[in-house]
Design a protein around this ligand. Structure first.
Ligand code: URA
Length: 434
């Protein structure tokens, strides 16, 4: 076979055969396709598309370019993937909830990307906990706690690792086909029986419009199902942060409040909505209503919190974490209030700007390899549609130093719009895509 022939076909708007695409993806992992050829391939796919069959072939081939796990557990292997948002700590809440309902959640997660937080960075805000574990440890934690949130090992979808780095420097990240194959190759390599996708849409998401988010959700769902994993997606609102806090330790704290029954709110609501359908797909509930009841019970009985505690302890965190999480989470040196300059209603929140403010505080990476400060971020955030008086707290900034805190106060105030009339309230779940 010849890489040039495959690239030329894509360039001319033809769809190469599944065999050709598999050969190309294998070449990415094995090195017989050059960087230049990979860049040209990515650009041709971005411009002309792969078509449904080509997208499935690329996803399968990238999944199979490395290790594909299989499980021998007493229940189904299931997972959730989010396309990324702000204040989105659903994974920390939902993984133990699903475990408490009889599922096994081998969750291979990522670090922060751009303005969005990363589940691994949040988990590592827990002192002593490491997400870089061996496959043996990954399997043991999954079996014993029912859930394990870990980093991908180097042998998971190596073709994606190489292509992603090339896309990053060739302006080809934005291709629907390439995003789909990239996300799913890693998720499907975890050997899942069922998957739910949380495709976010709005100011804090990568997809700002419902049309773009819907197109991505459809591509992800049809490709994952064609590749043999029962999958559905929810299109969900990201026009404001999901939880009222952003930042690693602060989002762990929000998750603990939900898991220990201190609060419910949108984080619990979305976790239940995502998990209910997944339990049905996995055969652990007869209907979405029954799934939702089981998940609710996992929270109120403390069973999900107990699973979270088991996972944390097995991954090196404090054994008493669930009982005493406030004592263990790091706290920032400086906490400043962002107050309303006038009375009004919160009309909009610029989610991406809020996420970037947290990155600048040191809660995310500006360049690869940056060290993260787990204690920084925003808390006590107002919600869209909320009425505020002049001087009322809109959010609290948690920072390492006064100067960075003051800069963030200005950024956060600018990101929260106040006006005279409440905007139309959006439902949290906009659409279900099967
Ligand atoms: N996340 C991924 O893993 N890959 C993409 O291409 C985009 C987001």
């Amino acid at each position: 076979m010849d890489a040039r022939r495959i690239i030329a076909a894509l360039r001319d708007g033809e769809t190469p055969s599944a065999e050709d695409i598999s050969w190309f993806a294998k070449g990415l992992a094995e090195g017989y396709v050059s960087d230049a050829q990979a860049g040209a391939f990515a650009m041709a796919v971005l411009l002309n598309g792969l078509g449904e069959a080509g997208r499935v072939a690329l996803t399968r081939a990238m999944r199979d370019s490395g290790r594909v796990l299989s499980w021998d557990l007493p229940g189904p292997a299931i997972d959730k993937h989010s396309t990324g948002g702000v204040g989105d700590c659903v994974s920390l809440v939902l993984a133990p909830m699903l475990a408490a309902c009889g599922g096994y959640v081998p969750m291979i997660s990522g670090r922060g990307l751009g303005h969005t937080g990363g589940t691994l960075d949040k988990m590592e805000a827990i002192p002593g906990l490491s997400t870089e574990v061996s496959e043996t440890a990954f399997r043991a934690v999954t079996a014993e706690a029912g859930c394990a949130i870990v980093a991908a090992s180097h042998d998971i979808a190596p073709a994606d690792r190489r292509l992603y780095a090339i896309r990053d420097v060739t302006a080809t990240v934005e291709s629907l086909d390439l995003i789909t194959a990239s996300i799913l190759s890693k998720k499907l390599a975890a050997g899942l029986d069922a998957l739910v996708l949380d495709v976010k849409c709005g100011s804090g998401a990568f997809m700002k419009t419902a049309d773009d988010a819907r197109a991505l959700a459809r591509a992800l769902v049809s490709t994952a199902n064609a590749a043999g994993c029962a999958t559905e997606a929810l299109l969900t609102d990201m026009s404001q942060p999901l939880a009222p806090a952003l930042g690693n330790a602060l989002e762990v704290a929000e998750s603990m409040k939900v898991l220990t029954g201190q609060t419910r709110g949108r984080l619990a609501e979305l976790s239940i909505a995502l998990g209910a359908g997944l339990l049905v797909q996995a055969g652990l509930a007869g209907s979405a209503e029954e799934g939702a009841r089981k998940l609710d019970e996992a929270l109120s009985s403390g069973a999900a919190a107990e699973r979270f505690g088991r996972m944390v302890a097995r991954m090196g965190g404090p054994v008493q974490f669930v009982d005493d999480w406030q004592r263990f989470l790091p706290e920032a040196n400086v906490i400043l209030e962002v107050t309303a300059p006038e009375a009004g209603v919160v009309t909009a929140m610029a989610g991406e700007a809020l996420g970037l403010a947290v990155v600048e505080l040191g809660g995310g990476r500006q360049v690869e390899g940056d060290r993260i400060d787990p204690s920084v971020g925003l808390s006590d955030m107002v919600r869209t549609g909320q009425k505020v008086e002049k001087g009322q707290v809109l959010a609290r900034v948690h920072a390492a130093r006064l100067e960075t805190a003051e800069a963030a106060v200005d950024q956060v105030r600018a990101a929260i719009s106040l006006g005279g009339t409440a905007p139309e309230a959006l439902p949290l779940v906009l659409e279900r895509i099967t």
